[in-house]
Design a protein around this ligand. Structure first.
Ligand SMILES: [Ca+2]
Ligand SMILES: [Ca+2]
Ligand SMILES: [Ca+2]
Length: 369
């Protein structure tokens, strides 16, 4: 009996020792595996960071360029519906002597269509890129031979620019359509060969069927007082935030569709720092659950809705009465990340004053009872 008890005790102790060794070995294995596993996670996230850094580097044009020179620019602005933008565009196209290359999301204005045909018939080189939303429209039949379409339906060819005679560009928020003329839109007309070349390169790129994310990030920034980028490849977000970050006294924006949280967050941050932030956004877009209207309003930022029964279609901001940011890019995820868009930043006090007058007029009209 005693022997049996001693045997059982020894067996129990042996069991405990073997069990302890087994568990501690298991823990050792785990303790070896855990660092490996976490180092794999680190490696993965590290790689991802590197990758996004690389992407940022390739899509932020000319970050290393220094000593940019001031562009010799002849700049004009056009504001609708204060003037008839289709007449202004037709006049602009009429001024061409050699070539016209335009990229528009949509086009149904008869005068513009007739002018393109007339210029082509008189021997000019004429090219047009439209979004595939415009394909098969009857009124385009007379110029169908001039048109290339964006055939990728995952995102829009949303540009609104023209280059004429390789030295003048028309660029802004205006689609030459019946709706476009009655809506609020702004356009810059800039005379500069390098900017025109940049826009023409983008035109050619799209004509070759290269649209959207992954199309060549080939915009070059040569100037200290103006920069033109084409989204999504040229990192328009970086350009926009470069200017938002340096805002000191005022930020006045007219924004058609506004759903990009990070931009609204930045505006609130600026407002809280004492910057005079004023935003007008399109009323028909403000009901979207993604709209920043309620967020900014709840946070006591000066934001109002437009009273144009058509669209407040601008995508522009005036910063410190000195800088103008405008183009085709809505402040939305699609605008910043997926569609073919343009964004131009201009440092020009005279043009900024014209933009401020336009802004102030509508701010006054639409805040008055
Ligand atoms: Ca492109
Ligand atoms: Ca490009
Ligand atoms: Ca409206």
């Amino acid at each position: 009996m005693l022997l049996k008890s001693i045997f059982l005790l020894i067996a129990f102790i042996a069991f405990l020792i073997i069990g302890f060794l087994f568990v501690s070995q298991g823990l050792k294995d785990l303790s070896v595996q855990l660092p490996d596993f976490s180092s794999q996670i680190n490696a993965l996230t590290g790689n991802q960071n590197n990758q996004s850094n690389q992407n940022n580097q390739t899509s932020q044009p000319n970050q290393n360029q220094v000593n940019l020179t001031e562009a010799n620019l002849n700049a004009q602005s056009v504001f609708c519906p204060d003037v008839n933008c289709s007449i202004e565009l037709t006049d602009f196209l009429d001024s061409a002597n050699e070539s016209i290359y335009c990229a528009f999301y949509s086009l149904n204005n008869d005068n513009v269509i007739s002018k393109l045909k007339e210029k082509k018939d008189s021997g000019l080189k004429v090219g047009l890129i439209l979004d595939n939303d415009m394909k098969g429209k009857n009124y385009l039949s007379q110029i169908e031979n001039l048109i290339s379409y964006n055939d990728n339906s995952n995102y829009l060819m949303h540009n609104k620019f023209c280059v004429v005679d390789a030295n003048k560009i028309w660029i802004g928020s205006f689609n030459p359509t019946s709706q476009g003329v009655k809506s609020n839109n702004d356009i810059l007309i800039l005379e500069n060969q390098e900017l025109a070349k940049n826009a023409f390169n983008e035109f050619q790129e799209m004509q070759q069927g290269k649209f959207g994310p992954g199309s060549p990030a080939n915009s070059t920034n040569l100037f200290s007082n103006v920069e033109l980028r084409f989204c999504p490849e040229d990192n328009c977000k970086e350009l926009l935030f470069k200017y938002l970050d340096k805002t000191k006294s005022s930020l006045h924006c007219l924004l058609f569709s506004f759903t990009f949280d990070e931009i609204a967050g930045k505006m609130l941050e600026l407002k809280n720092k004492g910057v005079d932030v004023k935003i007008i956004t399109e009323s028909s877009q403000s009901g979207s659950e993604y709209s920043e209207f309620s967020f900014l309003k709840q946070n006591k930022t000066n934001i109002i809705l437009d009273k144009n029964p058509f669209d407040l279609h601008n995508k522009m901001c005036i910063i410190d009465n000195q800088f103008v940011l405008t183009g085709s890019m809505n402040y939305t995820s699609n605008g910043l990340n997926y569609n073919d868009e343009s964004l131009i930043a201009l440092d020009d006090k005279e043009i900024a004053l014209l933009y401020s007058n336009y802004f102030d007029k509508y701010w006054f009209d639409w805040t008055a009872n």
